[in-house]
Design a protein around this ligand. Structure first.
Ligand code: ADP
Ligand code: ZN
Length: 216
């Protein structure tokens, strides 16, 4: 089950990837997570990519491709994997084709308004990092963390106008990647406008249909 997860920021890709990873026992590979970890550990790779990640720029293709290639060579990827945050450019998509045969690219979709409500309702504890949502997962007391009593804030880039801008950039930048997989008939749209507990069963259904039951 070699999967690529695609979709705009705030669509819940990470949550879906973790659920699918657990159910089918295949690794969830997020290039963003890998990079943040390398930066935290201050490895040679971490030092090379730090500037790009901090500026929110794409890490150069050669570096990203090498990282993914090595990761996919690990034995835990033999049965399959979920790529999250990769590919982000056509060059990366082409390189991936040479490394592995992707079975499906799941494209998570939802109207902008839904995504904006989801992201701009998010509140983060400045002390412990816990995440809430004013509507879908409110804290017991407004503006106060249930865990530690710390103050909850709205991250700057989670403000509605900033989210709207991030979505525009996403649509523009990702159109070629979506086309790439659509042309190869590997793209499956999944409606992610509901909450995760409703979306995850839809994903499982698509996967079960596609992979029958003999392959996991
Ligand atoms: P976000 O969705 O906030 O952009 P990610 O966790 O996917 O976050 O990635 C964080 C950062 O890591 C990106 O801003 C970029 O600098 C780098 N990165 C992650 N994946 C890639 C990729 N496939 N190609 C280039 N850079 C990447
Ligand atoms: Zn807290």
């Amino acid at each position: 089950m070699k999967l690529v997860f695609l979709g705009p920021p705030g669509i819940g890709k990470g949550t879906y990837a973790r659920a699918v990873s657990k159910r089918y026992n295949i690794p969830h590979i997020s290039t963003g997570d890998i990079f943040r970890e390398e930066i935290k550990k201050n490895t040679e790779l971490g030092r090379r990519i730090k500037g790009y990640v901090e500026r929110g720029e794409l890490v150069p293709d050669d570096i990203v491709i090498e990282v993914v290639k090595q990761r996919l060579r690990q034995p835990d990827c033999r049965k399959g994997f979920i790529l999250d945050g990769f590919p982000r450019t056509i060059r990366q998509a082409e390189a991936l084709d040479e490394i592995a045969r992707v079975d499906l690219a799941l494209n998570f979709v939802a109207p902008d308004e839904v995504i904006i409500e989801r992201i701009s309702g998010r509140r983060i504890c400045t002390r412990c990092g816990a995440i809430y949502h004013i509507k879908f997962m409110p804290p017991k007391y407004v503006g106060v963390c249930d865990n530690c009593g710390g103050p909850l804030i709205l991250r700057k880039d989670d403000r509605p106008e900033v989210v709207r801008h991030r979505l525009e950039i996403y649509r523009e930048k990702f159109a070629p990647i979506l086309d790439y997989y659509r042309r190869r008939k590997l793209l499956v749209d999944i409606d992610a406008s509901e909450q995760a507990p409703q979306v995850i069963p839809k994903i499982i259904k698509v996967l079960e249909t596609y992979f029958h039951s003999e392959e996991t």
